[in-house]
Write a protein of this length. Structure first.
Length: 167
């Protein structure tokens, strides 16, 4: 079975359309779908909501491990200016390594557990607690990027596991 494809009008010299075998036809369609999926993923990753999510997460994790970035702190405080106060937040972030006496905190769940273990003393970290709550309710724009990765995985897995060598 062969399908025909017509060249663009500005390339048309009046000759007959090129003949593509089935394998080439579907290979071209596969790569077109894959390019579309990659472009959608790149577009979604560039969304400002996802960047805010990443900055907030990194600020909390870096602070728990003893490294507070002024750039991240500024961007997060600028966005949440009505919800968090920069100076108390900065002071509390500097105290976080004392709270997290483990080697390193690698995810937000560990930091949350440390704050929950404080009980009523968590109010010493009121701004961190507020920032943590805000982190958990950042709009779901990051979920669309994760769905894109999931779609891409479904597209790529059959291609990675399928041998397309000629027989």
């Amino acid at each position: 079975m062969y399908s025909t494809s017509c060249p663009p009008a500005h390339y048309d010299d009046g000759s007959a359309p090129a003949q593509l075998d089935v394998r080439t036809h579907y290979r071209l369609q596969y790569y077109a779908v894959q390019d579309t999926a990659v472009n959608c993923i790149e577009e979604r990753i560039k969304q400002p909501g996802l960047q805010l999510y990443v900055n907030t997460k990194q600020l909390l994790l870096d602070a728990a491990n003893g490294q507070v970035s002024d750039d991240r702190l500024s961007s997060v405080c600028d966005f949440f200016r009505e919800d968090v106060d920069r100076e108390p937040l900065n002071s509390q972030l500097l105290l976080l390594p004392e709270l997290c006496k483990r080697q390193s905190v690698t995810n937000i769940g560990e930091l949350k557990s440390e704050l929950v273990d404080l009980g009523l003393s968590v109010y010493m970290f009121s701004e961190v607690k507020t920032l943590l709550k805000l982190f958990y309710v950042i709009p779901g724009s990051s979920a669309t990027a994760e769905r894109s990765f999931s779609v891409m995985r479904h597209i790529k897995l059959p291609a990675d596991n399928h041998d397309v060598s000629e027989t």
